[in-house]
Design a protein around this ligand. Structure first.
Ligand code: AVJ
Ligand code: FE
Length: 435
């Protein structure tokens, strides 16, 4: 794509993501709700809104365009590292009207300066427009975070269920065998990739089986009904502690009604849909289910090989189905407020025939979050490097709430193993070798 066309695309995508952010914060909620906190895990929505504008000012105005800070005194309020989420509601945050005016002013200056920022330089930040892609993705990530806040809030529904339809196909069912051998993990050349997706490198794996679809609510209910929550044999010791201390008996947002279970979804209550991938489970719950089922969670490498490797071509794809994003192959971008049924999107299957690797639910993997061999932090170590270590588990594939621009086969997300307010499910794997 030439530079002019890329800049037009960036301007369009900046507009689209802003419409999305405003749709999650304007009109649907009053000032009190925007500034209050529904859970210590989440920021007030008005924090997310001004934070995306402040991040945009920092990276696109100050760093890329060399423009002086507009309001340096507010930087500290929106620095995620200076103020943990629990503190954010008590900060002197910009009220909603001021936050909107601030981010709008930032945006106007970004669009003004876009034509004079050169993409054809050696400066890694602006080369190929990298930092603009980073900012578009950042705002989409916060929109997904805002959706998690919406899911946690009490009160009458605030979001309309969008008209998006799942592409239903017949379930694939069962497991797929992935033969032993090397594949290319990560990427060195993807212009949208974050530092933690780089560099591309070869990983050689023994053979394994992976579920063709995410684990459904029906399958998860079978685990619950078999007493899965009451049997420490299935649980990681830390998971058992978590389950016991919190009295956990079901995924988040589920409550028992009569002999069955219902779930609350964005302020509405409905019977638990049997064929939908299970959502809002912690890593510990996913890990326990897998052990009960005689399986395990896939490693991050196993997940990625099943999603991206094309054994006939001997190369990895950007998406399971190919290198180019196409509508109708995955449930992404908040087209619906829910995952589609397991077995949907046959045309989104990977070369191995594994379904729904992109979209629907984030998938827990067994892997801790680490840098790939040769990792170099870029452009700032607080994006991912500071999270490397044993505390975080890697999640892959994006959810129905993730925008297509903010996920690909190499994208890595991470969270604590106790977290379940995010749109997370899982699938299982098992080793195929003799042992
Ligand atoms: C990649 C989703 C873990 O939301 O905490 C947002 C992304 N980084 N602002 C997060 C992020 C800076 C991050 N995750
Ligand atoms: Fe952020």
């Amino acid at each position: 794509m030439d530079e002019h066309a890329l800049k037009e695309l960036i301007a369009d995508e900046l507009g689209r993501v802003r419409d999305r952010s405003l749709g999650l914060t304007t009109e649907v909620l009053d000032e009190a709700e925007l500034t209050s906190q529904v859970s210590p895990l989440m920021s007030p929505l008005v924090w997310d809104l001004a934070h995306v504008g402040n991040y945009e000012e920092l990276w696109l105005l100050r760093e890329a365009a060399g423009i002086e800070p507009m309001r340096p005194e507010i930087d500290t309020l929106y620095d995620a590292f200076e103020h943990p989420r629990a503190e954010r509601p008590s900060l002197p945050l910009l009220p909603p009207g001021e936050a909107r005016a601030y981010i709008e002013t930032v945006r106007a200056k970004v669009l003004d300066s876009l034509s004079s920022v050169r993409f054809d330089t050696d400066a890694p930040l602006t080369s190929g427009g990298f930092v603009y892609g980073m900012v578009v993705q950042h705002e989409h990530m916060h929109d997904e975070t805002m959706l998690a806040t919406h899911q946690l809030r009490k009160g009458a529904p605030a979001l309309l269920e969008p008209p998006g339809e799942a592409v239903r196909t017949s379930p694939a069912g069962g497991e797929v065998l992935i033969e032993a051998g090397p594949f290319q993990m990560g990427t060195s050349g993807d212009p949208w990739a974050y530092d933690n997706e780089r560099p591309g490198h070869i990983v050689d794996l023994p053979s394994y089986y992976i579920d063709a679809e995410p684990v459904t609510n029906a399958a998860y209910l079978a685990f619950m009904e078999a007493g899965g929550y009451d049997d420490p044999r299935w649980w990681d010791p830390k998971g058992w502690e978590w389950r016991t201390a919190g009295g956990k008996q079901a995924p988040a947002f589920w409550t028992r009604e009569g002999t069955g279970w219902v779930r609350r979804r964005f302020g509405r209550t409905e019977p638990v849909p049997q064929a939908e991938p299970v959502q809002h489970v912690s890593w510990y719950e996913a890990d326990a289910y897998a052990r009960w089922a005689g399986k395990r969670l896939p490693t991050e490498a196993e997940w990625e090989k099943a999603a991206r490797w094309d054994p006939a071509a001997g190369r990895s794809r950007r998406y399971p189905w190919g290198d180019v994003y196409e509508d109708g192959r995955a449930n992404l971008g908040q087209r619906m407020l829910r995952p589609s049924e397991a077995g949907s999107y046959e045309k989104g299957a990977s070369a191995y025939g594994v379904r729904q690797m992109i979209g629907d639910v984030w998938e827990w993997t067994s892997s801790d979050f680490h840098g790939y061999p040769g990792f170099r932090s870029f452009p700032y170590k607080e994006y991912s490097e500071v999270f490397f270590g044993p505390d975080y588990k890697v999640l892959r594939g994006g959810s129905w709430a993730t925008h297509p621009l903010a996920v690909r086969g190499t994208f890595r997300n991470w969270d604590y193993p106790i977290r379940r307010q995010i749109f997370t499910g899982f699938r299982c794997a098992r080793s195929a070798g003799g042992s």
